[in-house]
Write a protein that binds this ligand. Sequence first.
Ligand code: PMP
Length: 430
Amino acid sequence: VSSIDPALGEAVQRRLRSFGKASVLFYQEPIRMARAEGVYMFDVDGRRYLDLYNNVPSVGHSHPRVVEAISRQAGLLSTHTRYLNDVVDGYAERLLATFPRGIDHLVLTCTGSEANDLALRVAKVTTGRMGFIVTETAYHGNSAAVTDVSPSSRPGQPLPPHVRAVPAPEMYRNPVGDPGQRFADSVAAAITDLERSGFGFAALLVDTIFSSDGIHADPAGFLAPTVKLVHERQGLFIADEVQPGFARTGAAMWGFARHGVVPDIVTMGKPMGNGFPMGGVAMRAALLDRFAAEVKYFNTFGGNPVAAAAGLAVLDVIEDEGLMQNAREVSRHLMDGLREIGNRHMTIGDVRGAGLFIGLELVRDRDSKEPAPELASLLINRLRRRGILIGAAGPFGSTLKIRPPLCFGKDHADMFITACDEELREVAAS
Ligand code: PMP
């Protein structure tokens, strides 16, 4: 790095001096980021980057309405959560109104990890059982309990005894049969195994767009047989909406809605405050009431007035700017364009997803579908040099994860498609 730019080399060294090996930086040539606006980010030298990575600033980087709401509320009241406050209660009502009937209570947290941690605790108290089922490359957060149910955070380590991991409902490398039924069968076997082992079955926890498993959205409805089974076997279904939530799929506010299912517990985070740290757990009232009777849960910052003001502004912007519809329309344009360049590039194995959550699968060979993680990494770094930011996901790291702010337009999609086309052509020629 230092051979490229001495100032950048010094910035990296400075980072390492304080944060050591725990520091995770993107790109061979990390970016000294200074500011962002809409779908663009700008480095310290004023260079502009098109952002296809960040789903936290979901309604657009530094959206003026969210910024204004945060600063106004910070100037009025910014405190812990033990007072009555109209902004907080108004936010809870607005948020709960986006869920199907029956999901009518809420706990607000500061992160998705805290939300999932609480969901696990509620599931244990509700069912009196300990066993959880997740997918093989799942990530659900960073607390000790949540790391136990995040196989992607524990590479090469055996799962804890109370956890079972099942293959994600995958259609690309496993096209035979019905993915929904296949998923239900795997979950059924895992439930039986948990019951035999004495832990019992508490809950199935899945990200409803299977982001870290490589983005699996279709066919819509594939979760229905599994959710039915989970309930027949007396367990809970926890939908982790940290990735697909807040209109990203273009079909609904929540990812689970595409599958026509109603979860017992929903966890959320990332885009909730457009950058202001927020998370939450929504659930059936009876579940939370029972939990609260046994456990005294308190979260100092979760759902504080400033967070609530940010959250309200996010809901307003999604609605007023038609971001769900935009996600749907731009998605179609983007997927069509990527499939079209796929006719020229044999390394594009698959284009899949929902709304502005799209996976582009890179392969060494279309017939064998052998994953190409090295090509993914090369492309990510080439695009970064060109001023386009993107990351990878999936069990092999071979799926480009296309997940821009929801104000991403067709013109931005075209910039990305052209860049991919040109870079893949250059890579193929080199
Ligand atoms: N669930 C999913 C599906 C996630 O992707 C993440 C974060 N990547 C989390 C939970 C944890 O959220 P946080 O980092 O806010 O704790």
